[in-house]
Design a protein around this ligand. Structure first.
Ligand code: OSB
Ligand code: MG
Length: 380
């Protein structure tokens, strides 16, 4: 049951903006996180703070400093925000008009989402309502899933999965790559026969690997995420025809049009929606609606966000279209110290409580923010 809003989101006027500041922060990870194309030892993120009449609103860019997951980087996002997107942010225009203006800037969904997220936080805080209420959804406990990076050994992987299961995570995703896949999945499956398990290849395979990937059908995975190129939709449709296991697209989906193409071509049977990858919450909700109308379930991915982006992902998952546990894990899995309070924690049943305060509903820990700041700039 969605809350009734006086004005549809797209018709909301932005209102006065007194100041915009940008931070680049780097939070060290508890342990390195490896996917097929990269290893990260910390989360570097660009943050925006928009100030209006005493309200501080925040947006986190999900880009990494490198282009190993997506083509956007912290550096490209800073450039596009400063030179092309922020100049379009005017007090008298509506959110819908802003989205329309943003279309002239091609791509750069991560940069667009950063300012969109901050403006939605601002509007919600002005109304004194939580972000999920602004989006039209009611709070509900969010089932938590976990994404386990590529481990150095099978033993370390089994330990990590055992720890995740003991913590109550509702679904385990393990990262795979060429040469580190079938045997590892077989070992996890043998030890945990009934657990909801999936694998994410981060685009490491090609269509020539179809016969190899078909071996994974033996392990009743809930899905295989992005086996083929980050840039592909068509070849995934050919691969899906050869596999019983549902495919899920992540990297390939940048907007609603990509989602339509992927679903209509039969390239995937599930979509990983990262709101920060698709240009923001409004496009994420449109993709979720379309996918649901076509019988395709969606879930919220993650980008190892700080507490700002993680809170946004939690609010997004109040949309009933998000029927599969996402990659939103406890803060302590990533960081010893975060830049917001409170931390994300799981309850005894593996659920996350949606913040109930205004906007994103978490407070910036100014000391921690200062501690992790690499650079800060006033943009307006
Ligand atoms: O492919 O989903 C991915 C993290 C960084 C970049 C890409 C991905 C991931 C994750 C971790 O899988 C998600 C999370 O725990 O936030
Ligand atoms: Mg992925």
């Amino acid at each position: 049951m969605g809350a009734v809003l006086k004005t549809p989101l797209a018709q909301r006027v932005l209102g006065p903006i007194d100041r915009i500041d940008q931070w680049i922060v780097r939070l060290p990870f508890v342990k390195p996180f490896s996917i097929s194309s990269a290893t990260w030892t910390g989360k570097e993120a660009l943050l925006l703070r928009v100030e209006s009449e005493g309200i501080s609103a925040w947006g986190e860019c999900v880009a990494d400093p490198d282009p190993y997951y997506a083509s956007e980087t912290t550096g490209t996002a800073a450039h596009i925000l400063r030179d092309f997107l922020l100049p379009l942010v005017e007090p008298e225009i509506t959110l819908g008009q802003l989205e329309q203006q943003f279309r002239r800037v091609r791509g750069h969904g991560m940069a667009k989402a950063t300012i969109e997220n901050a403006l939605l936080d601002l509007l919600a805080k002005r109304d004194g309502i939580p972000l999920h209420t602004l989006l039209g959804h009611a709070a509900r406990p969010i089932p938590s899933g976990i994404s386990i990076g590529i481990q150095d050994s099978e033993e370390e992987l089994l330990d990590a999965v055992a720890e995740a299961v003991a913590s109550g995570y509702h679904r385990v995703k393990m990262k795979i790559r060429r040469g580190c896949d079938v045997d590892r999945i077989a070992a996890v499956r043998e030890r945990f026969p009934a657990m909801a398990l999936m694998a994410d290849a981060n685009a490491d395979y090609s269509l020539d690997d179809a016969a190899h990937l078909r071996q994974l059908d033996a392990f009743h995975l809930t899905m295989i995420e992005q086996p083929l190129s980050y840039n592909d939709i068509y070849e995934h449709s050919l691969l899906q025809k050869q596999l019983a296991t549902p495919l899920c697209l992540d990297e390939s989906i940048h907007n609603l049009a990509d989602a339509r193409a992927a679903i209509d071509l039969g390239s995937c049977r599930v979509i990983n929606i990262k709101q920060g990858r698709v240009g923001g919450l409004m496009e994420a909700l449109r993709i979720a609606d379309y996918a649901t109308s076509r019988g395709v379930p969606v879930w919220s991915g993650g980008m190892d966000e700080t507490g700002i982006g993680r809170a946004v992902n939690i609010h997004l998952q109040t949309d009933p279209s998000f029927t599969i546990p996402g990659d939103t894990s406890e803060t302590s899995r990533y960081f010893t110290r975060d830049i917001v309070t409170p931390s994300v924690v799981l309850d005894d049943a593996g659920f996350i409580a949606v913040p109930s305060g205004a906007g994103i509903g978490v407070e910036i820990d100014e000391d921690a923010l200062r501690h992790f700041t690499l650079e800060m700039k006033r943009l307006r």
